[in-house]
Design a protein around this ligand. Structure first.
Ligand code: FAD
Length: 358
């Protein structure tokens, strides 16, 4: 079967890889460079998403935890296990019992794919265990584990797998139209496929729209920014933004400190960049918890990406992180999808292509 894929982000590349493995003849069209959009601007976590438990997205969390285990086991060169501290503050929005319950569920959902159970840190050991944190108001802490990736290297590994399985990956080739009859019109001409997969990330609906294809799902475009401090941090931290229910991460990355992220709705065509306000917001959140304050001059890098979230809630923090696959004739469209779950999503696309089910 000849399959044409639109979009060379992690979801398109995993689809190319898995479809090629299943015996399809795959051509992928990327309008720019592979893995240069949302898939290069993540928090670099291979995670189940502890906070999605609050939104009761248990199917997604379970799948993501299994996939976390898969990446860690099969690509150890570009992935690692990360210890994350979840501190409990007296003024926090979530009581200790709620955090404990969430962590117990997280361990449980991971099942045999678990990479280490969470544990509590004794009150008397808080100061010595977390020397970087301000001690005031700290009443307890938990430690749990997630995965971390070198996003660029893991992405290159996936590209290598897709090519080795026989997929043709064409860059600098924008697609102007996809058809329910299996046609793809692109910068170099027009091709007929048995099936087309539109996995253009944040641009999936726009491409369907200009192609005259109606989608049941709509996307919200929610920017997320990170800043990088040129200093080390001893482990990951999952923290509440002061005065909000939102959480943010402080993570070790390449000998530096990665802080993120934000949630700012924007139009698809607005510039995707870390604004001054987001920079100040992330710095203030970091300085609230860490005893050695950071200023603008400590920021060595910053980046932003656009989340393709299925429209589901006004508050982006509560919007579903689930993905959806929609079929219309010979066109399959993919909405949403995390880095961690890209391979699982691709396997569902294979089932859709081969059997029309997912
Ligand atoms: C701030 C932030 C932090 C995140 N952190 C994490 C995390 O820690 N862990 C995790 O698992 N997930 C995380 N995610 C989610 C994850 O990064 C994304 O969901 C995922 O990368 C989306 O991949 P994608 O392939 O769908 O989209 P993209 O990577 O955006 O790829 C879509 C591709 O389609 C191409 N394209 C668009 N239109 C056309 C066209 N007409 N013709 C040809 N090509 C086209 C684009 O150029 C682009 O390359 C995060 C996301 C953000 C924004």
């Amino acid at each position: 079967m000849r399959v044409g894929i639109v979009g060379g982000g992690i979801n398109g590349l995993c689809a190319a890889w898995q479809l090629s493995l299943s015996g399809c003849d795959v051509t992928l069209f990327e309008r720019g460079v592979l893995l240069a959009e949302t898939s290069s601007a993540s928090s670099k976590l291979l995670h189940g998403g502890l906070r999605y438990i609050e939104n009761l997205e248990l199917r997604l969390v379970r799948e993501a935890l299994q996939e976390r285990g898969w990446w860690l086991e099969h690509v150890p060169a570009h992935t690692s296990r990360l210890e994350i501290c979840l501190p409990v503050y007296r003024q926090g929005r979530r009581p200790a019992w709620q955090l404990k319950l969430g962590l117990m569920m997280y361990d449980r959902l991971a099942g045999s794919f678990g990479i280490g159970r969470h544990r509590s840190v004794l009150k008397e050991a808080l100061k010595s265990s977390f020397p970087l944190l301000k001690y005031e108001g700290l009443s307890g802490a938990y430690l749990f584990y997630d995965g971390q990736m070198n996003e660029q290297k893991l992405g290159q590994w996936v590209i290598g797998q897709a090519r080795a399985a026989g997929a043709r990956l064409i860059e600098q080739c924008p697609v102007s139209r996809v058809g329910v009859d299996g046609v793809i019109e692109h910068a170099n001409g027009c091709d007929q496929f048995d099936l087309v997969v539109n996995v253009a990330g944040p641009w999936v609906c726009e491409l369907n729209q200009v192609s005259g294809v109606n989608s049941h799902h709509q996307l919200d475009h929610v920017r997320g920014s990170h800043i990088v401090l040129g200093r080390e941090v001893d482990r990951g931290y999952l923290l509440e933004v002061p005065g909000e229910r939102r959480v943010f991460f402080v993570l070790p990355y390449d000998g530096q400190t990665l802080i993120g992220t934000t949630e700012v709705r924007q139009d698809l065509h607005d510039r995707v960049h870390c604004s001054c306000e987001e920079r100040a917001y992330l710095l203030a959140a970091y300085n609230h918890y860490f005893s050695s304050p950071a200023g603008e001059s400590d920021i060595v890098d910053e980046f932003a990406g656009l989340r393709p979230l299925i429209s589901s809630a006004n508050d982006p923090g509560r919007a579903t992180r689930e993905y959806a696959i929609e079929r219309c004739g010979q066109l399959v469209s993919v909405f949403g999808g995390k880095w961690t779950t890209a391979r699982a999503l691709a396997k569902k696309i294979v089932r859709e292509v081969n059997h029309g089910v997912h």
